[in-house]
Design a protein around this ligand. Structure first.
Ligand SMILES: [Zn+2]
Length: 247
């Protein structure tokens, strides 16, 4: 399988939950509010023998140079027509993962015209009810009655026999993670339960997870099992190491 990270750049985020662009060359982290986290925003394209998958959808911002959504510009830069994306897998609907679900200039229209969007049923209800500041209902409301949406029920299941999902409820109450298996390869996307390589390597408990203990336990479990079984990890918020596989 081929993995293509779609970097939207680096951002800082603090208690206000606003994502502020961060330019390595001229910005200084210490000048941002105390407690600011520096994160990459990075959806992934995965090309399998059956599908072109998009995993999470980014902030849904406008491309800084061009006239389209950054998500679309990045997919095209990877040599892929947005019409050819067949499935969108969503870990959860926080705004930094779900902003690209719909068109930036018309939020009633989904951004990948021919894709089926796989969303955890409980997450959609929760996000629409909960709203700001973590969710932006306007950007995801189009999922509600769309024929392009396939709602996932239950805690475990599969999609087309080769993608499996697991509802963790760790980072957020209805967060889910995915494994994609083809031939001898296993790709793992842990979303915000497993956002950065460093958090896998050390025992790390966050303040911002819904269930910090569970999130930490899962990271440790996946890190051990994944390295034993040769998983390829995809890290949505990692600046330096979007894709990792132990040699
Ligand atoms: Zn999140």
């Amino acid at each position: 399988m081929k993995i293509i990270p779609l970097s939207e750049g680096a951002f800082t985020i603090d208690q206000t939950k606003v994502f502020v662009p961060f330019d390595d060359e001229k910005d200084v982290l210490n000048e941002r509010p105390t407690g600011s986290l520096l994160v990459e925003i990075q959806p992934f394209i995965v090309i399998t023998s059956k599908d072109i998958l998009l995993i999470d959808t980014g902030l849904g911002f406008h491309d800084r140079q061009g006239s389209k959504m950054q998500l679309h510009a990045n997919i095209e830069k990877a040599g892929i027509n947005i019409k050819d994306v067949t499935k969108v897998l969503m870990s959860h609907l926080h705004k930094d993962h779900a902003g690209g679900i719909s068109m930036e200039n018309n939020r009633s229209e989904l951004s990948l015209p021919n894709a089926t969007y796989y969303i955890q049923n409980r997450e959609l209800d929760f996000a629409l009810e909960k709203g700001f500041p973590s969710f932006i209902p306007e950007e995801i409301a189009a999922l509600k009655d769309s024929s392009q949406v396939h709602l996932l029920d239950g805690d475990d299941g599969d999609i087309d026999g080769y993608i499996t999902y697991h509802h963790t409820g760790a980072h957020s109450p209805h967060h889910q993670v995915f494994w994609i298996r083809e031939e001898n390869e296993i790709l793992f996307f842990g979303g915000d339960d497993a956002p950065q390589l460093q958090q896998m390597k050390v025992k790390y408990k966050t303040k911002y997870d819904f269930n910090p203990d569970l999130a930490m336990q899962l990271r440790q479990k996946w890190w051990k099992q994944g390295n034993d079984e040769g998983w390829t990890f995809m890290f949505y918020h990692d600046i330096k190491m979007p894709v990792f596989k132990k040699n």
